[in-house]
Design a binder for this molecule. Sequence first.
Ligand code: LLP
Length: 425
Amino acid sequence: MDYFTYHDAELFAEEVPVRRIAREIGTPVYIYSLGTLRRHFRVFDQAFARIPHLICFSMKANSNLAVLRAFVNEGGGFDIVSRGELFRALRAGADPKKIVFSGVGKKREEIEHALASGILMFNVESEQELVVLNSIASQMDKRAPISLRINPDVDPQTHPYISTGMKKSKFGIDIKRSMDGYRNALALSHLEVVGVDCHIGSQLTSIPPFVDALSRVKIFVQALRNEGVRIRYLDLGGGLGIRYREEEPPHPEQYAEALIEELHGLDVTLILEPGRVIVGNAGILVTEVLYVKETEEKKFVVVDGGMNDLIRPALYGSYQAIRPVTEAGNGKIVADVVGPICESGDFFAKEREIARPKPGDLLAVMSAGAYGFTMASNYNSRTRPAEVLVDGKDFYVVRARERLEDLILGEVIPPILEYAKGSEV
Ligand code: LLP
């Protein structure tokens, strides 16, 4: 459930008219509802209240400092994948003891920083990474807490780009070789084995693949314990899907119910790394209609937001609902909703039936709170949009719209290219 609703044909974010935010802050603009963020976090967290657990929000989905702080205030931790994410998490006030570090390509300096910060656990994705981690920990005179990310070879039945737990994917260590991996880890003096990790994919809309993965991991945890290895944490990753269109994803309570049942007395602290399910429907992208263009074949609604602001439709062909910010009652048209970028892939919707818009109207691209701003770029030298957080009747700019100067930050014209005006070239 989210707090983007219509009152008298006007779309509101909680108690603030979206139109007002667009007028004051400009477009395109991301708008997040704090009430929705909190609600989603609490529903998810409380679903696991019966067992020892830790929710490590996967901040690749949305890493705005204000959003992160909201979760810190709820007692949440973070799943990070880079030094930049560690930097953000700590800036937002995260407890390092609630941070897990995933990712197949951790660099030495990233590992050093995470180790120095005292994070909860490194989710290690290869045997070579174990060796690197051990050598860094030894140099720093520390012991690195680790789990191995196990690839359980389960088909999550989702988009291939966001499916990660099958044998052919680059992620994790093949479950058949994991026991050897753990034996190697145990033999390394500066590692401390504390957990087992697994993440099978994103936008999963049914429970069985999760349970299937958990059942395999569970057998594995038991096998480790039989060898005398103390496993404290079982990290099951993220992946629970949301409704973009007509999907019927399980409610977090059903998801938790199924996992808790499958865990069945296994004495571990369960770690979960939800991203999309917490923030996806807590954010929208508001864009202004610039032109409505009709060709013989088609109609195009050209808006001021583009694939650089929200790349999901272009990259995955994914569906994002598009709603008018003011319902005008002018009937419907079928059109492509496209951005200003010089690529045919720059669209938010294709052949979509939408309320007939006119230039100057505002459209809300729904379900844009996850993998929206975090995947935005400066392509076509476009400044990235502002981000706004709404709380009841109030709203706050939590990231200013980029300025032109931000676009060239760090760029230098070397002296060899400089010439005095009027001199011979
Ligand atoms: N944990 C790990 C190790 C992950 O790789 C991911 C997402 C998550 C947790 C969070 O998954 P979630 O709960 O959000 O499904 N850009 C794509 C999604 C990429 C997901 C990458 N990994 C999209 O826009 O659909």
